[in-house]
Design a protein around this ligand. Structure first.
Ligand code: NDP
Ligand code: ZN
Length: 365
């Protein structure tokens, strides 16, 4: 039995091994640390797969704020429950579980009670990594590029035994972040939808919108993934160098773009009353400043931002995805390839989602 399972059972701090960066320009290295002891409503998960989200890159490179180092990223986590606190009711050892971007929140404010824990009114939402955990003496959180994680059972979702875990992991962020605004904007049969930014999130948005009966086009910087887009069911792939020439108009556009761009170019592609959901998070200082009068002249179109989704909605998304076999497009790697994956994701060489096989990375059987 792994040492950390005994530690959990004995109420000790839980040791883990992972992969960390020490600064915004560092490469990944092996890391050993400890997590808080198993609380009565916590579960300990042996991590089997962890997706690489572009947010991991923004965080590791301090592109939004100065990161907390050493940093172990990873918020697309799927694994097996190996120990549970005495008051845990949702999980038992042997169950599969998933963890996304959050590991805790106050649970008492209006947002938490209404299932929008990511917007906790008391500012107590604890991110899976690169965050101070206000429920555990402000110690830093460490994410999923590791062999285990301890999390409140309220922040883990139930994964059935027959689910393909390597496909489940990216659903915990890429899945929910696209599912949530697609539902919020009531995308359905006959909706004309566009997906801007066709990477890990974009491909999920395409698949959900298609499943709900929409006609979906894709906007990308080049034609590299045109064949994949069409094969997956997209109506067309437009390149972003000629947006002004696009004649189609859309009911709903989701932007997953992680670099500098002008959202108004997409507002201009909406129909009257259409909605633009922004989920992509370019580095701080790289957003285009907009004169609000442009929105006035754009006439009755709606622009909103969306951040992941609450826990209940994440479970709903997972159940929906498994029921309809809506999975990410994945490439499985081992942890020694994380630096290369980051390079590919920022230089247009990546396809969709890299997923780290944690067992293989640690040589476990
Ligand atoms: P990926 O790197 O997998 O995909 C991004 C895609 O956008 C790539 O295909 C890239 O293409 C494309 N792209 C880059 N710049 C442009 C541009 N100017 N116009 C059109 N397409 C462009 O990233 P993810 O899908 O993992 O994440 C996307 C963004 O979403 C990130 O900023 C991430 O932080 C954010 N995010 C936000 C969340 C939220 O809750 N709101 C949750 C999760 C992620 P190319 O190959 O040409 O580079
Ligand atoms: Zn993410």
């Amino acid at each position: 039995m792994q040492n950390y399972i005994n530690e959990a059972k004995e109420g000790k701090r839980i040791s883990f091994k992972g992969f960390a960066v020490d600064s915004k320009s560092a490469n990944f290295r092996g890391f050993e640390g400890s997590r808080h002891a198993l609380g009565e409503r916590d579960i300990l998960i042996e991590i089997l797969f962890a997706g690489i989200c572009h947010s991991d890159i923004h965080s590791a490179r301090s592109e939004w704020h100065e990161g907390i180092y050493p940093m172990v990223p990873g918020h697309e986590i799927a694994g097996r429950v190996v120990a549970v606190g005495e008051k845990v009711s949702k999980f038992k050892p042997g169950d599969y579980a998933g963890v996304g971007c959050m590991v805790n929140s106050c649970g008492e404010c209006e947002s938490c009670k209404e299932g929008r824990e990511q917007f906790c009114d008391n500012g107590k939402m604890v991110l899976t990594y690169d965050c101070k955990d206000c429920f555990h003496n402000d110690e830093p959180t460490y994410g999923g590029y590791s062999n285990n994680i301890v999390v409140s059972e309220d922040f883990a979702v139930c994964v059935p035994q027959d689910a393909p875990l390597e496909k489940v992991a990216p659903l915990l962020c890429a899945g929910i972040t696209t599912y949530s605004p697609i539902k919020f904007s009531k995308v359905g049969k006959g909706s004309k939808v566009a997906v801007a930014g066709f990477g890990g999130l974009g491909v999920m948005a395409l698949k959900y919108a298609l499943k709900l009966g929409a006609e979906v086009s894709v906007f990308a910087r080049n034609k590299n993934k045109e064949a994949e887009a069409l094969k997956l069911g997209a109506k067309a792939l437009y390149t972003t160098d000629s947006l002004a020439n696009v004649k189609e108009r859309f009911d709903f556009i989701i932007s997953t773009i992680p670099t500098r761009y002008d959202p108004m170019e997409y507002v201009n592609l909406l129909k009257h009353g259409g909605e633009l959901a922004i989920v992509g998070l370019p580095p701080t200082g790289e957003s285009v400043e907009n004169d609000m009068t442009r929105l006035v002249f754009a006439a009755n179109k709606k622009v909103y931002g969306s951040m992941i989704g609450g826990i209940a909605e994440t479970q709903e998304m997972l159940d929906f995805s498994l029921k309809h076999k809506i999975y990410p497009e994945t490439e499985i790697i081992t942890a020694d390839k994380i630096d290369e994956a980051y390079h590919n994701l920022t230089s247009g060489k990546a396809k969709f989602r890299y997923v780290i096989d944690m067992k293989k990375s640690f040589g476990r059987t």
